[in-house]
Design a protein around this ligand. Structure first.
Ligand code: DGJ
Length: 756
């Protein structure tokens, strides 16, 4: 069977190693080789491509490195991945292999191979299980640990990384990570690793992807390349505070550690309680950063790391940037008319629809009071779901379940449900009144579950929920200490972690009952784009910044780890409110079309040109979306190269493409980022195609033009490449001169081509 060929787990004895137990976990193109000899330290002998045989590894005489460096066993140049303080104050561990289990299992997320190595300490009754998991046909391995003990009193987990990886080579290694801010997410940062320790972390408490994101790539052959070179990629699958450390000691390669940030979070673990770390997912590619991205995208879609990962998403209109809090029944129904007329399939009513005693007219009140504001919506949600049905579109709704405003009936009734430090002034967030609810409290978990459950029970027509989260954990404490699985002392230091465990537990309940509702993960834009939460969500809002030019950059960085059907990309207004940039509708459409397409503006304010271009975009997108949302991504020309330009004589462009698995079809996007007269056109070389196949080029979302005879906007003329045929070899080796001339036409030209 093909499965078996690609995918096997082997336990064998190395010939010379006598009783050494060597385990190999394979993915289609990579392998992880472990030495799990009983009574010895668990060691990683090899991780990389499949060119190394076990005989090679043995002949090289490499002893590898500790799979999990623990304090008490490591030498001074290493950092610990695990450190506990035992009940008697001892800080050391000497973990040795006690048991090895390996199995292949078939679960909801497909066929997986798992290794579990149980480690025990010689002196103290502490057990650590180290797991490795690979799912069928995907080049990603996950690792995590479970820690438990039978000491008489709680122990303290002082450091509890999910995983550790050692790269033997250190001189040429470059780090790529995503750094940013609200409305400026996923800025790609490439830097050579130098000696010392580099730390990437996020301490927001509730959201972890705005500032520094929990994913990194390490390019082993110098400065990163998009489609060549050896690259290791890693993502910590956690939604809370994290810390990724890169230690580069003298002549000892690069050591990568990733886990929950222990700062203010040392975990107090009761006897027999099991602490499971989130998983660290990692891959190795010889096809550059693009290969790492494609592995993560495939893993997200096919291994349950993105809810309904292989589903194609609807085209929608979201009300937020069109009308903000100014919701009325008529405005909402008018917007439904508009999205239906454009050919869209879903309308989402954003913030502002709720509030009883306190109407939600701005961001300073009402979170927690999830009752329809009938002053704005006299027919309630029923009138809206019926209006959607009549227009043959689906209906979605916004909520922010984990938050409360001090100006709300919920806060009046349950002030103790908000995170707060007894006796200290409240630190208030958005709107000057926002607090975060205590997700460790089972009553709050029920409240959040019931909010979703009631909405979906009362209005089964709701097909989509936008789940927002707009506050950090600023008040580090809780009044109700009702955690079921924690000891009763030292609780506060568990808060950052238990918050997310409570959130995950609630999401699990929701998903168990409502597997088919599409749920968007939003956190002031992309603040929660992480693989800790994505298994429960179908997509995420990439950024609150909808300026199409900056979106080219934000979407570029986000695509390093996340697949396009998870990336919500909306056509925004122009001039755009945040940057005041005027961007033509064609470019705005083309940028949004490279992911899950939506619209985020007031259609009433659109010109005839904008309306026709949007209708064209939606019509063409529906033809292309299977390829765009489920195809393999090849990033061709980075928008960042435009920032390094030393001349205006050459066009500055960004370009990417998606290719179907069988390489029979592709969609190519090309955007011009600079506009100067007489620029030399840029040749773009494609990737991922079948060199022996002939592709016909068809231009899509052609720019509309004014028809003077008709006195109206009309469909436009395709460019000179339309209808031409090229071999895959030509397209990849020679490339295309894509007509992106700006002379006398329009700023920000862009093109989309369907290759088939
Ligand atoms: C922040 C989100 O990112 C926006 O899209 C919008 O939903 C607002 N919150 C609503 O308050």
């Amino acid at each position: 069977m093909k499965n078996r060929l690609f995918f096997c787990l082997m336990a064998l004895l190395l010939s010379a190693g006598m009783n050494a137990e060597v385990l190999r976990l394979e993915t289609p193109n990579t392998q992880l080789v472990l030495d799990a000899t009983e009574g010895q330290e668990l060691r990683v002998l090899y991780f990389g491509d499949k060119s190394a045989t076990l005989a090679d590894i043995e002949a090289a005489g490499e002893t590898g490195s500790a799979a999990l460096p623990v304090f008490g066993d490591i030498d001074m140049i290493h950092l610990p991945a695990l450190q506990v303080q035992h009940a008697d104050g001892d800080l050391s561990l000497n973990l040795r292999v006690a048991k090895v289990e390996s199995l292949t299992s078939n679960s909801d997320s497909g066929l997986t191979s798992n290794i579990c190595v149980t480690l025990t300490d010689k002196l103290q009754p502490v057990t650590v299980r180290v797991f490795y998991k690979a799912c069928h046909d995907v080049d990603i391995i996950e690792t995590w640990t479970e820690i438990e003990h039978q000491e008489k009193k709680p122990i303290v987990l002082k450091r509890f990384d999910s995983g550790y990886l050692h790269l033997g080579e250190g001189e040429q290694v470059w780090l790529t990570h995503l750094h940013g801010d609200w409305a400026a997410e996923a800025v790609v940062t490439n830097e050579p690793l130098t000696r010392g320790v580099k730390i990437i972390r996020n301490t927001d408490g509730a959201r972890n992807a705005h500032l520094d994101a929990p994913e990194v790539m390490l390019s082993l052959d110098g400065a990163p390349e998009e489609n060549s070179g050896r690259v290791l990629g890693a993502a910590l699958c956690w939604s809370g505070n994290f810390e990724i450390r890169l230690n580069v000691p003298n002549n000892q390669g690069v050591h990568l550690y990733a886990g929950i940030d222990p700062q203010s979070s040392e975990y107090v673990l009761a006897p027999k309680q099991v602490f499971k770390t989130p998983s660290l997912a990692f891959t190795y590619s010889t096809e550059g950063m693009g290969g790492v991205s494609r592995a993560f995208h495939r893993w997200a879609r096919t291994c349950g790391m993105l809810h309904n990962g292989n589903a194609v998403r609807d085209v929608l209109l979201n009300s937020w940037e069109g009308i903000y809090f100014d919701i009325t029944q008529q405005r909402i129904i008018d917007m439904m008319d508009d999205i239906a007329a454009f050919g869209g399939e879903l309308f989402v009513m954003d913030d502002g629809w709720f509030g009883g005693k306190y109407p939600r007219n701005n961001d300073s009140s009402s979170l927690g009071d999830w009752v329809v504001d009938t002053r704005k919506l006299p027919g309630g949600l029923k009138a809206l779901t019926e209006a959607a049905r009549e227009r043959h579109i689906r209906f979605g709704i916004w909520i922010e379940p984990e938050a409360v405003n001090t100006v709300s009936e919920l806060y009046e009734q349950h002030p103790d449900w908000a995170l707060q430090v007894k006796g200290r002034d409240l630190k208030l967030g958005r709107g000057g009144t926002q607090l975060v609810l205590d997700m460790t409290n089972p009553k709050v978990q029920n409240f959040v579950f019931n909010l979703v459950d009631n909405l979906l029970t009362d209005y089964p027509e709701i097909a989509y929920i936008k789940w927002d989260a707009n506050a950090s954990i600023q008040n580090y404490g809780h009044l109700t200490a009702q955690r079921s699985n924690s000891p009763k002392d030292g609780l506060t230091s568990n808060l950052y972690i238990d918050y997310h465990l409570g959130l995950l537990k609630t999401l699990e309940r929701i998903r168990a009952k409502y597997p088919n509702v599409v749920i968007q993960n939003c956190a002031s834009g992309g603040g929660r784009a992480n693989y800790g939460l994505m298994p429960y969500f179908d997509e995420f809002w990439v950024s609150d910044n909808n300026d199409a030019l900056q979106r080219v950059f934000i979407q570029w960085g986000t695509s390093y780890f996340f697949p396009s059907n998870a990336m919500a990309q909306h056509i925004g207004g122009s001039p755009y409110q945040m940057t005041n940039r005027v961007v033509p509708i064609k470019f705005r459409c083309d940028v949004a079309m490279s992911g899950r397409l939506g619209i985020e503006l007031q259609p009433k304010h659109m010109t005839d040109e904008e309306r026709l271009q949007c209708t064209t975009a939606l019509t063409d997108y529906k033809v292309l979306r299977n390829i765009i949302q489920l195809g393999n991504l090849y990033r061709l020309v980075s928008p960042y190269s435009s920032l390094q330009a030393t001349t205006v004589a050459e066009q500055q462009v960004a370009s990417l493409m998606y290719v179907t698995d069988d390489r029979s079809e592709a969609v190519l996007f090309a955007y011009s980022l600079s506009n100067f007269m007489k620029q030399a056109p840029r040749r773009i070389r494609l990737a991922g195609l079948d060199p022996n196949r002939t592709y016909t080029i068809e231009e899509k979302n052609i720019r509309v033009q004014y028809n003077h005879d008709k006195g109206a906007w009309d469909k436009g003329e395709p460019c000179s490449l339309h209808g031409k045929q090229f071999t895959g070899a030509y397209l990849m080796n020679v490339g295309l001169l894509i007509p992106l001339s700006t002379e006398y036409t329009q700023d920000y030209p862009s093109r989309i081509f369907h290759l088939k």
